[in-house]
Design a protein around this ligand. Structure first.
Ligand code: NAD
Length: 491
């Protein structure tokens, strides 16, 4: 591939690219282990400078009309479409997603930008009936001020726009910290917003690690923090901000997602759903399924077919369109995956597929330093004490859990985890589908579909330990605006 990190490599603050005083770090291609370029860790002082710029820019930005603010986003929309192929490759090279998924990340970003910019011409409040005939009463939304956006690496272009597009159109200014694994994507997105001529300070990007993210969280001039990432970090942010008056926080976190396959399932649909949900993006989607809860009547046939496919799934060069699974993102993800596979063994599961350590012939030539793993599949009786059935691995680590009895039992197992992000049911029985729809404790429920996929016009957020005030799509409006009452004497 010919693309390289080019142009300014620094932070984008107050309309300028600034050189960072922070320590250098590399963006690494997970497929090869090779460096893609050098970036610098944002320091707390650099974050402070970005927050100050955002605060200063807020009054003039909020004074513009929605439509004027949205003009900048429309420019981004066209650029994302025009550079779809090129940006998709950058996503793939930096986070290892297979190329159609790299491009899909860019597609989802323009869907979000389109939704947010289009929303500038939609009503943003309510005309409310008053008790008094001469009084006009309205609910009006006001931008909250400075919005801090902290994003993960696995959707390095889409998720930032889930946060930022709405925040900006609603009249807020932004300080964004991309994930440390995907600084190149961070730079490209910042260049794109810079190219639109967005006023200085309205959008700021500081590269870096958790300490830079924490500096955003700790700065009380940041009125709203939008975070997507792990439950561990999200809960620590909630602990800091959850009860701080005047500061808003919206969190999207992980899950221990499950697919329920009932005795009334079409097994073609069930196996397809399971393979896509467990192995697409190498199991590194927040909605990836790590538990397959299968009725005993169909368990045998389902197991045979799923195991066959897991043995065959094509792991390889993510830039090659015939690849199904690319590498995982980094060494720590490899270690975590092996650690949980070992834990599952210690907990006494029956291992069905172990391609965790791939043979040399299974990885692309010249890629020995990449972060390669393959599917790990096991079967176990349901036991809520097993940590491997409770904790998110974020890799192609999948449990088959047979159940007997009715849909109520399956949903009981499905719900018996601390998380509640996503889940699916495969069944041709309406009572079962409806029961799952009403009782499945998840924010995103899929029926006769893979447990993956998002549409920006739908809610996207988890319940229980998976979320708080979704920082995505239309829900993000709640986190970045204040709902205020405006009443007017018309007599
Ligand atoms: P992570 O929590 O390690 O990092 C996310 C972001 O938080 C990064 O930018 C990181 O630098 C920053 N960060 C780390 N420590 C911080 C701190 N103390 N204070 C402030 N910011 C800090 O997550 P990750 O490994 O990048 O992403 C994987 C996780 O994200 C998985 O758990 C996955 O399920 C979750 N995820 C959830 C969704 C969703 O929509 N629910 C979407 C994608 C990923």
């Amino acid at each position: 591939m010919s693309q390289q990190v080019t142009g300014p490599v620094g932070h984008y603050v107050d309309g300028e690219w600034i050189e960072s005083g922070g320590d250098p770090f590399e963006s690494v291609d997970p497929a090869t282990g090779e460096s893609l370029g050098e970036f610098h860790r944002g320091t707390p002082a650099e974050v402070e400078r970005a927050v100050r710029a955002a605060e200063d820019a807020f009054p003039a930005w909020r004074a513009l009309s929605y439509v004027d603010r949205a003009e900048h986003l429309w420019e981004v929309f066209h650029e994302l479409r025009d550079r779809h192929e090129e940006l998709g490759e950058i996503v793939t090279r930096e986070c290892g997603k297979e190329i159609s998924e790299g491009k899909a990340d860019v597609t989802e970003a323009w869907h979000m930008v389109e939704w947010a910019a289009g929303n500038a011409r939609h009503p943003h409040g309510d005309v409310v009936p008053s008790e008094i005939a001469e009084k006009d009463a309205y609910m009006r939304r006001k931008p909250r001020g400075v919005v801090g956006c902290i994003t993960p690496w696995n959707f390095p272009v889409a998720i930032p726009f889930w946060h930022m597009a709405v925040a900006l159109v609603e009249g807020n200014t932004v300080v964004w910290k991309p994930a440390e694994q995907t600084p190149w994507c961070g730079q490209v997105v910042a260049e794109m917003l810079d190219d639109t001529g967005v006023p200085d300070g309205v959008f700021n990007m500081v590269q870096g690690f958790g300490d830079a993210g924490n500096a955003i969280v700790e700065d009380d001039r940041v009125d709203t923090v939008l975070f997507t990432g792990s439950a561990e970090v999200g809960h620590s942010i909630a602990d800091k901000l959850g009860s701080e008056p005047g500061r808003e926080v919206a969190l999207e976190m992980g899950g221990k997602n499950a697919i329920v396959v009932t005795e009334h399932a079409d097994l073609d649909v069930a196996v397809h759903s399971a393979v896509m949900s467990a192995f697409k993006t190498t199991g590194q989607r927040c909605v990836s399924a790590e538990r397959l809860i299968v009725h005993e009547d169909v368990h045998g046939e389902f197991k045979t077919r799923f195991v066959d496919l897991a043995e065959d799934v094509a792991v390889g060069d993510p830039l090659d369109e015939s690849t199904f699974m690319g590498p995982v993102v980094d060494e720590s993800q490899v270690e975590k995956f092996h650690e949980y596979n070992g834990l599952a063994r210690e907990e006494g599961v029956d291992v069905l597929v172990d391609r965790a350590e791939l043979d040399e012939g299974e990885i692309p030539d010249g890629s020995a330093d990449g972060y390669w793993v393959g599917p790990f599949v096991y079967e176990t009786e349901y036991d809520p004490e097993l940590r491997c059935l409770q904790e998110e691995v974020f890799g192609p680590h999948v449990a088959l859990i047979p159940y007997s009895g009715d849909i109520e039992r399956a949903v009981e197992i499905h719900n018996d985890v601390p998380y509640g992000l996503a889940g699916a049911i495969v069944s041709e029985n309406y009572r079962q589908l409806n029961y799952y729809r009403d009782h499945g404790e998840v924010g995103l429920a899929y029926a006769n579909l893979p447990c993956i996929g998002a549409e920006v016009q739908l809610p996207f957020g988890g319940v229980k330990k998976s979320g708080k005030g979704a920082p995505s799509a239309r829900e993000v409006i709640e986190a970045v605006t204040e709902r205020t009452a405006w009443t007017l004497n018309n007599a």
